[in-house]
Structure formats: structure tokens, C-alpha cells
Design a protein around this ligand. Structure first.
Ligand code: UT7
Length: 327
């Protein structure tokens, strides 16, 4: 059987850095509160003229370059995002055109929050065939554009970014050895953006009350679920692959919050040097978080040929997903 996995990886973060101190101009907060509760020190903010498509394009082109492919060689395109270019059509349609790809099937995987990119990789892996060899997957969020800059409970947590991977088959790929994923819809209300759907359509009255940006987040419940699910799905993927955690070189979790990451590490009994962390630099970048971290880990020389790397994520839904990759 041919190996299926990554042929290329790419990431993009906007230039503008926003520090914790800057947030205190907008809400009653402090560097001390944000640092102790989340570990975040700064995040990136997209320039006013940039939109989701611009971020997605940069990450996609970086992954194509890394894979040594032209846009015409992509056979399918998936964009994981909760902050789309427009409501409809999907961001993937815009990206297909912007990249100059052929008229290939292109679609978004939306609404899975921070788990979106790994879910999309799992789908892409199952779709690679002789007919569809190269599948481009992008995780992109421009969260700071759509969130409520007056809600200190949520606004300080997020940042903007995009990451991408080309999934393909052949001897040269970094093989996906196993994947696992799950959903618990009974908990959808603990992390939810209601307004804009058919249950609560946009109205002037709701917008005037700021409800269109009202991200409902029961922080402590989300925290507990994030730790439990990321640890659990990591164990599942290791069991599926028949691999012991000792054999894994690096674990790259969704970068939600430093305390969540450390708790996942503890739950797995993982030595801290095997836990990749960049949340202090970028905050929570939703579906872009895992591919951005993956690219950074590779750039920093933390991933070597032959290494086993475990990716794990959790997001609204609630959804969770994990992949084990051999580089
Ligand atoms: O990818 C998934 C996305 N979501 C997450 O990852 C969030 C998961 N949850 C968390 O990370 C944590 O629950 C938070 C960082 C959101 C909050 O930390 P916590 O230790 O659970 O704090 P808390 O909710 O118990 O709030 C403590 C206090 C509250 O004040 P009172 O009611 O005790 O007076 C908040 O109003 O901290 C207050 N607070 C803030 N204070 C200063 C909330 N946000 C801020 C803020 N600055 N930005």
C-alpha cells in the first residue's frame, strides 16, 4: 500500500503584533491576568486590508512551494475555518480561483472551531486516491475581525493566522500512521456563536446589543473538556497505531492556553520537553493553530526525519481529533 501523508507544509502569520498591555486600552485587563491565566503574551492581528482569503492564500502558497507543486497540480481543496471570507459561498471557492487551481472540488469544513484543521486532514487522508493525488488543506482564522473587542472573557485569547498542508501519496510523504476523532453535540452550548444562524438571525436590534459577536464560552467547562478530550484522543490514536508514547518525539496540541497544554501533558505523563508550545507568541488561532505550530516546530529543528509526531486538537462542537505522523 502506498503511504499517505504530508508532502508539504506552510504557515502565515500577520506582521502586526498586539501585546497584552495593548488590550488594557480596550478592556479592563492586565498583562499579569492574561499571562497567569493563559500564558499568552502577544498575538498577531491581520491588517485592515487583509481578509481570510489573503491569509489562506499565503499559507497555501507556502505549502505548495514546500511540496514543490504548482496550484494546477492540486486535485482537491479543503478550507477549515469559522471566520469565512463571506457567509456564502465558501472560502474554498475564492481560494480555488485566487490560486489559479483547476476546477477541482473545493469546499469548507466550517463550525468545528479549533478542531477543524485536523478533521479536514482526516477527511483529506481518506480522499487521496490515484485520481485525486494531491489535496490541499488550509486552516485559517481571522478571529480578531469577528469577535467582540469589549468582552474581556474572550477577546484576549485569540489571534489571526493560517496554516496549510498538502496531503498526498508516495514514498516521499511524511506518513499519517493513524487518526482518531469524535464529537459530543450535547455540549455544543458551552462554546457557541449563535447569532447569524436560523435560530437567531441577524437583526438590527441584536447587532445594536452587540449580540452578533457574542461568543458564548463557559471558560472552565471548555477548559476541562479540552484537557480531557485532547488527552483521550491522543491515547486512542497511539493505541490504533500500536505505538507507545515513549516512542513519540513531539506532541503538538491545539494552542488554546498554556494551562490547558500543561494539563494535557500531565494527563499523558509526557516529559515537558516533548510538548510543543507557541501560545505565548500567537494566542489561540483556532483551526490555524496546529499547522502553524507544526511549521514552527519543523523550522526550529524539533522534528527530524523518522520522528513520530502526535497532533491533537479540540474545539467547539464539541469536536476533537488527533493524528500520528511519521516524518
Ligand atoms: O479552543 C477553545 C477556546 N477556549 C478556551 O480555550 C478557553 C478555555 N478556558 C480558559 O482558558 C479559562 O477558563 C479562561 C482563561 C478563559 C479563564 O480562566 P479561569 O481561571 O477559568 O478564570 P474564571 O473564568 O474563573 O474568571 C476569573 C475572573 C472573573 O472575575 P470574577 O467573576 O471572579 O470577579 C472574570 O470576570 O477573571 C475575570 N476575567 C478577567 N480579568 C481580567 C475574565 N477575563 C479577564 C481578563 N482580564 N481578560
Amino acid at each position: 500500500m502506498k503511504k499517505i501523508g504530508f508532502l508539504g507544509l506552510g504557515a502565515y502569520v500577520p506582521e502586526r503584533i498586539m501585546t497584552n498591555e495593548e488590550w488594557s486600552q480596550y478592556v479592563e485587563t492586565s498583562d499579569e491576568w492574561i499571562t497567569t491565566r493563559t500564558g499568552i503574551k502577544e498575538r498577531r492581528i491581520a491588517a485592515p486590508e487583509q481578509s481570510t482569503l489573503d491569509l489562506a492564500e499565503k499559507a497555501a502558497r507556502a505549502a505548495l512551494l514546500d511540496a514543490n507543486l504548482t496550484p494546477q497540480e492540486i486535485d482537491e481543496l479543503i478550507v477549515a475555518t469559522d471566520t469565512p471570507e463571506v457567509y456564502a459561498p465558501d472560502t474554498a471557492s475564492y481560494l480555488q480561483h485566487r490560486l489559479g487551481a483547476r476546477n477541482i472540488p473545493s469546499y469548507d469544513l466550517a463550525g468545528s472551531g479549533c478542531a477543524g484543521f485536523l478533521q479536514a486532514l482526516d477527511v483529506a487522508r481518506s480522499r487521496v486516491s490515484d485520481e485525486r493525488k494531491n489535496i490541499l488543506v488550509v486552516g485559517v482564522e481571522l478571529l480578531t475581525r469577528l469577535m467582540n473587542w469589549k468582552d474581556r472573557n474572550t477577546c484576549v485569547l485569540f489571534g489571526d493566522a493560517a496554516g496549510s498542508a498538502v496531503m498526498s501519496s508516495g514514498d516521499e510523504v511524511s506518513e499519517i500512521l493513524a487518526s482518531a476523532a469524535g464529537t459530543d453535540g450535547s455540549q455544543s452550548e458551552i462554546l457557541c456563536l449563535e447569532v447569524g444562524g436560523t435560530r437567531k438571525p441577524f437583526t438590527l436590534e441584536r447587532a445594536q446589543r452587540g449580540e452578533h459577536q457574542n461568543l458564548v464560552m463557559k471558560g472552565r467547562e471548555v477548559y476541562k473538556e479540552a484537557v480531557h478530550r485532547m488527552a483521550q484522543v491522543s491515547q486512542q490514536v497511539l493505541a490504533k497505531a500500536g505505538v507507545n508514547l515513549d516512542d513519540v518525539a513531539l506532541v503538538i496540541p491545539h494552542q488554546a492556553n498554556l494551562r490547558i497544554l500543561e494539563a494535557v501533558g500531565e494527563a499523558l505523563n509526557l516529559p515537558s520537553k516533548k510538548l510543543f508550545i507557541n501560545v505565548h507568541k500567537f494566542g489561540n488561532t483556532g483551526s490555524a493553530s496546529v499547522p502553524v505550530a507544526l511549521c514552527q516546530a519543523r523550522e526550529q529543528g524539533r522534528i527530524k526525519k523518522g520522528d513520530l509526531v502526535l497532533l491533537t486538537s479540540f474545539g467547539a462542537g464539541l469536536h476533537w481529533a488527533s493524528l500520528l505522523v511519521k516524518f
